[in-house]
Design a protein around this ligand. Structure first.
Ligand code: ADP
Ligand code: ADP
Length: 226
């Protein structure tokens, strides 16, 4: 079954229909790109999947089972992790301290540091656990966020415009990490504005326009047109 299936999701803010009967699927290990103009409803859709927005209508299935995602805690319990566009790190704390805050109570800081180092090496995500967030570039902060998400062993990773803060070099490393996660069976949904990223990285692209699915594209079948 699909890792995630959305069936006719509708979310309104007052008179604004941010998501209008959106359906989509992502398979285990699949990388799905969501493309759309500002205001199209992409963030709302990601928030629906992460439980920070509860839809007015529609159904969600996870690994084939109907689920209710009414809070980020519900999403995390299912194995859904999200990396926000605007990072949610405490500036005066270290990477490790920030990551520790998201871990279950009683997590041992030394064991966590060891795990951070192991995971960083495994996924090629360079993070200094003892660097203070204030001293980190946006790309480095994002790596802390991604690592924090990965330490929860997600089955589905959602990234809201992840590449907007990355240098070209960091971008290649980031793509490599995502491809590795995908090969390990982690499903990925990422929001982007950039067609080259869709071609290079995604297995599937869903275009959202005015709150609706405007197109579903297989980027690999469209490469020769570019
Ligand atoms: P995107 O991520 O594609 O830019 P959003 O999901 O943020 O789109 O927004 C979709 C529409 O919903 C826009 O018209 C936006 O102004 C509106 N919207 C988003 N969040 C809220 C909110 N909390 N309250 C009211 N309107 C919102
Ligand atoms: P994004 O591109 O991620 O949607 P924005 O800067 O557009 O980010 O929105 C930031 C926050 O404001 C989001 O949580 C979004 O839901 C909310 N928001 C967006 N549009 C509106 C709106 N018209 N009224 C109230 N809140 C909004």
């Amino acid at each position: 079954p699909p890792r995630l299936k959305l069936n006719k999701i509708t979310k309104r803010y007052g008179n604004t229909v941010a998501n209008n009967s959106i359906s989509l699927e992502v398979m285990p290990g699949e990388i799905l790109a969501i493309l759309g103009e500002n205001g199209a409803g992409k963030s709302t859709l990601m928030k629906v999947i992460f439980g920070s927005v509860v839809p007015d209508e529609g159904e969600i299935f996870f690994d084939g089972k109907p689920v209710q995602i009414r809070s980020p805690a519900d999403a995390r319990e299912l194995g859904i992790a999200m990396v926000f566009q605007h990072f949610v790190l405490f500036e005066t704390l270290t990477a490790k301290e920030n990551i520790l805050l998201g871990m279950p109570k009683g997590t041992d800081p030394d064991a966590l540091e060891k795990e951070i180092i192991e995971r960083s090496a495994h996924y090629g995500i360079e993070v200094d656990p003892n660097a203070v967030v204030n001293d980190l570039s946006m790309g480095e902060r994002q790596r802390v966020e991604i690592l924090r998400a990965l330490l929860t062993n997600p089955k589905l990773l959602i990234l809201d415009e992840p590449t907007s803060v990355l240098s070209p070099l960091a971008l290649q490393a980031f793509f490599k990490t995502l491809r590795q996660l995908s090969s390990e069976g982690v499903s990925i949904i990422f929001i982007t504005h950039k067609l080259n990223e869709i071609r290079e990285l995604s297995d599937h692209c869903t275009v959202i326009r005015a709150g609706e699915v405007a197109a579903n594209v297989n980027p690999k079948e469209h490469t020769e047109e570019q």
